[in-house]
Ligand binder design. Structure first.
Ligand code: PMP
Length: 359
């Protein structure tokens, strides 16, 4: 009806049609207010209701315990690379597990402010997630940092590291809400919202209450988690529209059956593509089997020319943005929550046909 493509971009990425239709229905006149959400004061009664509902719905969907705060910030996931060491390291010591570019960037940023120990680095090819016995964790670290899903390389933690009493901090930008997780195992979880939680310009942070208020002195006020918590993420004007979209996405997840249903659906979707990789010597998967991401499926073809042809022909058939990240090349199919099964089936059929025609 809308002549839409299947968008396999890594983020910003596809939104569900249900959410887009809801937005378009509200766009000119939100529930009889005579204005759109974009035009509304963040202090208005109508907006505060949207805000509270968003928080409550995401809390319910992710089963976030009461001893955690939810914070909305605006500097993307990258802002948290700085905010985390500034807020959570009273002893100025943090351990980083490097499984890809974003964990590496986070560690580099943290090293400006605290003593960073690289507990493990699985580079340079970043095909896997390390095992517990490979981690060189310090007993006196303030936190242990991981990137839960490596968007560029297509690897993902299946089991999270055991860090004992030391808070585990996770960048879940590319797999948040894709599966059920036990929030209580983490000190802090954060995500940029532009993949599984809506649109760009909003970052979502969940932090355990006892970790708040230990930030260093003289830091940028907007980066202080306690300022954000005390002002309920409205110390200054928040990204009102992105928060509203997050609320719609959370309701959509709930309607589909919550995170258990989402996980089942995502497993089925990923399996279709990984089965093709496993039964082909034309497509070579990047990630080790036990470290595969359910969200970003990365692979190579025999030559770069064939990869370019693959991307171009897929585009002609209505499948967008299959080119791998500029730093690694190859193909990447990002198949976040909003990618429908039909999109995966279409890609799978295309892959089989392309292999037959080009092997
Ligand atoms: N972490 C991960 C896992 C990502 O995938 C990304 C971006 N794709 C980032 C961090 C950086 O996000 P942002 O552009 O919102 O700063």
């Amino acid at each position: 009806m809308y002549n839409r493509v299947y968008n396999f971009a890594a983020g910003p990425s596809q939104l569900s049609l249900d959410v887009l239709e809801e937005i378009s229905k509200d766009l000119f006149n939100y529930q009889g207010t005579g204005m759109s959400v974009m035009e509304m004061s963040h202090r208005s009664k109508t907006y505060l209701k949207i805000f509270e509902e968003t928080k409550a719905t995401i809390k319910e969907v992710m089963n976030i315990p009461d001893n955690y705060e939810i914070i909305f910030m605006q500097g993307g996931a990258t802002e948290q690379f700085s905010a985390i060491p500034l807020n959570l390291a009273p002893n100025a010591k943090a351990d980083y597990i490097v499984t890809g570019s974003f964990a590496k960037k986070a560690a580099k940023e943290a090293a400006k402010f605290v003593d960073v120990n690289i507990a493990c680095d699985v580079g340079p090819d970043y095909k896997r997630i390390p095992k517990q016995d490979e981690l060189n964790l310090r007993k006196d670290a303030d936190y242990v940092y991981i990137c839960a899903n490596n968007t560029i390389y297509g690897t993902e933690y299946q089991d999270y590291p055991d860090t004992g009493d030391i808070p585990l901090v996770a960048d879940m930008s590319s797999d948040i809400c894709s599966k059920k997780i036990d929030v209580s195992k983490f000190g802090l979880i954060y995500a940029g919202c532009q993949k599984n939680m809506g649109i760009a310009g909003l970052s979502f942070v969940i932090v355990r209450k006892d970790l708040i208020g230990k930030h260093r002195e003289n830091m940028p006020v907007l980066m202080e988690y306690d300022t954000q918590v005390n002002g309920d993420s409205m110390y200054n004007t928040p990204n009102t529209f992105a928060i509203y979209v997050l609320g719609l996405v959370a309701k959509w997840i709930k309607k589909l059956g919550g995170l258990e249903a989402m996980e089942k659906r995502n497993k089925e979707k990923a399996k279709i593509l990984y089965d093709i990789l496993d039964n082909s010597d034309f497509y070579i998967g990047h990630a080790d089997k036990d470290s595969r991401s359910m969200m970003n499926v990365t692979f190579n073809l025999p030559t770069e020319e064939l990869e370019a042809k693959f991307v171009a022909e897929a585009k002609k058939e209505g499948m967008e943005s299959l080119k791998g990240h500029r730093s690694v090349g190859g193909i990447r199919a990002s198949i976040y929550n909003a990618m429908e099964l039909e999109g995966i089936e279409k890609l799978a059929a295309f892959m089989k046909k392309f292999e037959e025609e080009n092997r």
